[in-house]
Unconditional design. Structure first.
Length: 458
């Protein structure tokens, strides 16, 4: 009887602790990692580091001096040597540890064993970064950071650099227009393209840039951001009028650059430039970001007259994609599909869009349109995105690298409020003034009186 009471007294608190840990892991994974997961994974790493590295083939034979010393002093068997491990540094999402590679090893060897290390140490993911020659950093992620996205508190935002989403390795995905001038974003209906676009616009709205929008859905996507837009067109007819103005703006900026290049031979080399970023601050024109929503609408035609207009618009978009970077004009193209079946010029335009972001798509062909020509391995990952995770996407670049990303939730009202607050940052561009959207005045409600009205009398 006493033994049974003792088991009940001990088992009750233990069951409560186990149940509490299970609840934390399911509902609050970050709290579970900080209290339970981190100590367990750290103990596993410390206790099994040598054996795990040996099983993964990441050990090398010791040097002759080390082998002789081991045999002479300890009389033990000489075992292979794993990479030298640095201090384990905990983070809010995982662990970080640096490894000094042994002679003959390369970072690709460690990256190839990332999945084995993940299972051996009981973490959600393992990622490898090269710190310097011979030194890599393992980033162990303790839980799925894309299930409930929380952006890092410290993010490296700068001019024309906008943190818009979180990568699966818990680092921010930064849209850098200086490094990747043009980008293509594809995704089916309700896949999360609008959320990605909200973060992008709200981030650019706080900077000294001009925003122009082409929204052929009658403006329902971009109209809420009208206070911050320098231009907004809502159908192909208006688009055919806006694009020539942007082409002319680009050519004027090239004339400005040429004028700067025609200077005296005694001018220092650092003052000679081939783009607007080499111009002095007082002469540099403001960058322009052109946002194109549902790009396929620009390709669809019904009559011969529409076909001529389509060909002209596509040619102008291709020119902006090929030549706009040096003039400070950048393209952000969004759509559901974007392939050769849209018509002449579609493939050529897509080839100029360096950055690629692919949300959930309806078929594998759509994923190949976005990622097949730059990161073929990412096509399968894009096809595996579930409808229950809107916003989840695969981002690739021309280097062949790719990663899963997901932006945090941002309501349409919050993004529109940012654009209203930053409306004074709209630059003065006379050529785009005819396309400036009309912004209705915000009605001012009368203050509510705290005094009760007198009762009505005859």
């Amino acid at each position: 009887m006493n033994d049974a009471m003792t088991l009940m007294e001990v088992g009750g608190p233990v069951a409560g602790i186990v149940g509490g840990a299970a609840y934390l892991r399911a509902r609050h994974p970050a709290a579970y990692w900080s209290t339970v997961g981190m100590p367990i994974s750290t103990a596993r790493l410390l206790g099994s580091y040598g054996s795990v590295m040996d099983a993964c083939g990441l050990t090398v034979p010791p040097s002759r001096l080390r082998a002789w010393t081991t045999q002479a002093l300890t009389h033990r068997e000489v075992r292979p040597v794993p990479p030298r491990r640095g201090l384990i540094r905990p983070t809010s999402t995982g662990l970080r540890v640096r490894l000094r590679l042994a002679p003959g090893q390369e970072p690709a060897d460690v990256a190839a064993s990332a999945e084995r290390l993940r299972h051996a140490w009981g973490v959600h993911g393992v990622y490898v970064d090269v710190v310097k020659p011979g030194v890599v950093e393992l980033r162990l992620i303790g839980f799925d950071v894309l299930r409930k996205v929380r952006m890092p508190r410290r993010m490296a935002g700068d001019f024309l650099k906008v943190p818009v989403a979180l990568r699966e390795d818990a680092t921010p995905f930064v849209r850098d227009y200086r490094a990747v001038p043009h980008q293509l974003t594809l995704g089916a209906t309700l896949s999360g393209k609008s959320m990605f676009l909200r973060h992008l616009i709200s981030g650019l709205a706080r900077q000294s840039v001009a925003l122009a929008g082409i929204d052929c859905k009658r403006g329902v996507e971009l109209a809420p951001f009208a206070p911050r837009l320098s231009a907004l067109v809502t159908d192909p007819v208006q688009t055919a009028e806006l694009l020539p103005e942007l082409i002319e703006l680009m050519e004027d900026r090239y004339d400005l650059i040429k004028k700067r290049q025609g200077i005296a031979p005694s001018t220092p080399d650092e003052e000679v430039t081939s783009d607007i970023w080499g111009l002095p601050d007082e002469e540099r024109p403001v960058p322009v970001v052109l946002l194109v929503d549902e790009v396929a609408e620009l390709f669809l035609v019904a009559t011969r007259k529409d076909e001529e207009r389509r060909d002209e618009m596509v040619t102008q978009l291709i020119r902006l994609a090929q030549l706009g970077r040096a003039a400070g004009i950048y393209l952000e193209v969004c759509g559901q599909r974007f392939g050769a079946e849209l018509g002449k010029g579609a493939t050529m335009l897509r080839a100029q869009l360096t950055g690629r972001v692919c949300h959930r798509v309806n078929d594998e062909a759509s994923a190949k349109m976005a990622l097949g020509d730059i990161a073929p391995e990412a096509v399968g990952a894009a096809c595996d995105i579930a409808p229950e995770r809107p916003g989840l996407a695969v981002a690739g670049d021309t280097s062949g690298g790719w990663s899963r990303i997901r932006p945090p939730f941002l309501s349409l009202g919050a993004a529109a409020e940012v654009c209203r607050e930053t409306a004074d940052l709209v630059p003065d561009l006379p050529s785009l003034e005819p396309f400036r959207p009309d912004v209705p005045a915000v009605p001012v409600s009368a203050p509510t009186s705290l005094l009760k009205p007198l009762p009505a009398t005859e």
